[in-house]
Design a protein around this ligand. Structure first.
Ligand SMILES: [Zn+2]
Length: 449
């Protein structure tokens, strides 16, 4: 028999290890991974390249529908494809999906707007907790909850979080929880405003470590108590990991997500860069040792998976008001894989860990495995070819996201995607799109299957 496509001579990387093999694709799926020379209608030479499963970014905000001046699906998913991300899971705070009707409307809106495959998360809403099971069965990837009022989304106190977990646990729906305690952030917001403060340092005083730790404790404890499946979103520092590990040791089904900003950016950058470092939880690192501790934690698998938490605003939007008013968030979809590849090149983590942490682990956490996140026979042929030695300096001109800037601009990174395949189809090559919106399909969550 002849296959549709052969990707020859690359080093095929998975979380379990890597080996030189040819990847054969037929009808959009991986048909064989072997050192045996088989015939194929088309061939790609991957000599000198790493062959990864397409990356899976399970925490992005493309603001579509919502605020297309910040991002939209065609642009955000083009950036994803060029970076080597073949599946995203999206939710938009300004136009939340709280009911099945809102999910249906969003799915209709997104028809033909995505370059890569996409799942959608729902927003859990304190006064609509009864919608959780129906949303899960309708195909959302997870339910997002905030423990503090943020981006206009009302916060869950312990009582409401308990009720949410009681409803999601029996149906197996996973929740992604943004952990910052409302009473602590509220207290500090009031104090800082009363003192007339408008300097950038308010961000880390308002959104302090104690607020993140307190909400993480309550969330982890309630996860164990109810048996709910939970992910702690964007853990900012190693102390958070320790709190979660204690409850996991007692039986909690709780995983930790983190993001590049907590491995590369320092708290003090807020003072100089203000709104361009306004994201929450904020960067905590005060020394390069603090940053190294995060890389060590990732290498020790104490952080389950990485996402970008892509939450872009343009430079104009970031400077269009005082520090209290401008949006939280950083653009990240363009740079998350390059940042991880660079760390692997530097020896902080392995390439296998890149595959695990940004493809396999998130796929498993959210029920997408093994169709996504794997190059096993039968998996979707989502493949990214990586040149591990390509050195490039991140510049704002490279950023495809509507944000048009990057917190990592000016850094020289080694490693990047040179070709991205979605279900066997080439969608990006050398950081340029070769497929348009409509190539990507909706991927229903595990509750709908
Ligand atoms: Zn987010």
């Amino acid at each position: 028999m002849s296959y549709d496509l052969a990707i020859r001579g690359g080093r095929v990387v998975s979380g379990a290890g890597s080996r030189y093999a040819d990847v054969y694709i037929t009808d959009g799926r991986v048909a064989a991974v072997t050192g045996e020379a088989l015939t194929a209608a088309n061939e790609v030479d991957a000599g000198g390249l790493l062959v990864f499963p397409g990356m899976i970014d399970t925490h992005v905000h493309f603001m579509d529908p919502g605020d297309a001046t910040r991002e939209d699906f065609p642009t955000g998913t083009t950036a994803a494809a060029c970076a080597g991300v073949t599946t995203v899971v999206e939710h938009t705070h300004a136009r939340p999906v709280r009911t099945v009707d809102e999910l249906t409307a969003k799915l209709e809106h997104l028809q033909d707007r995505s370059v890569v495959d996409y799942g959608l998360a729902a927003h859990a809403w304190p006064d609509q907790i009864d919608q959780a099971a129906a949303l899960w069965r309708a195909g959302v990837t997870y339910l997002k909850a905030f423990t503090c009022t943020t981006h206009g989304v009302p916060g869950f106190d312990a009582a409401h979080l308990l009720e949410l977990f009681r409803r999601t646990a029996p149906v197996g729906a996973r929740c992604l929880v943004h952990c910052e305690d409302e009473s602590i952030t509220g207290y500090w917001e009031e104090s800082l405003r009363a003192a007339g403060r408008r300097d950038p340092a308010i961000v880390c005083e308002w959104r302090n470590r104690e607020a993140e730790a307190t909400a993480t404790l309550v969330t982890s404890f309630l996860a164990r108590w109810t048996g709910a499946s939970v992910v702690v979103a964007h853990a900012s520092n190693p102390e958070i990991l320790r709190l979660v590990e204690r409850e996991r040791a007692e039986g909690a089904d709780i995983l930790i997500e983190s993001c590049p900003q907590y491995f590369l950016l320092r708290e003090e950058e807020l003072l100089e860069l203000g709104p361009f470092r306004k994201f929450t939880p904020p960067a905590r690192a005060r020394s390069s040792r603090d940053l190294e501790r995060m890389w060590d934690a990732l290498a020790e698998r104490r952080i389950h998976h990485i996402s970008s938490d892509h939450a872009p605003s343009t430079a104009e939007q970031k400077t269009g008001g005082d520090i209290w008013d401008v949006h939280f968030g950083l653009p990240g979809i363009d740079t998350t894989l390059p940042v991880l590849l660079d760390a692997a090149h530097a020896g902080k983590i392995s390439y296998e860990l890149v595959a695990e942490t940004y493809a396999e682990a998130p796929a498993r956490a959210y029920g997408l495995w093994p169709t996504k996140g794997s190059l096993r026979v039968g998996a979707d042929a989502d493949v990214v070819l990586v040149d591990p030695d390509r050195s490039w300096t991140v510049s704002e001109g490279d950023v495809i996201s509507r944000a048009g800037w990057s917190p990592f601009a000016g850094r020289t990174l080694v490693g990047g995607a040179v070709a991205t395949y979605l279900r066997g189809q080439l969608v990006a090559e050398d950081r340029r799109p070769v497929a348009g919106p409509g190539t990507g399909r909706f991927v229903a969550g595990a509750g709908a299957r």
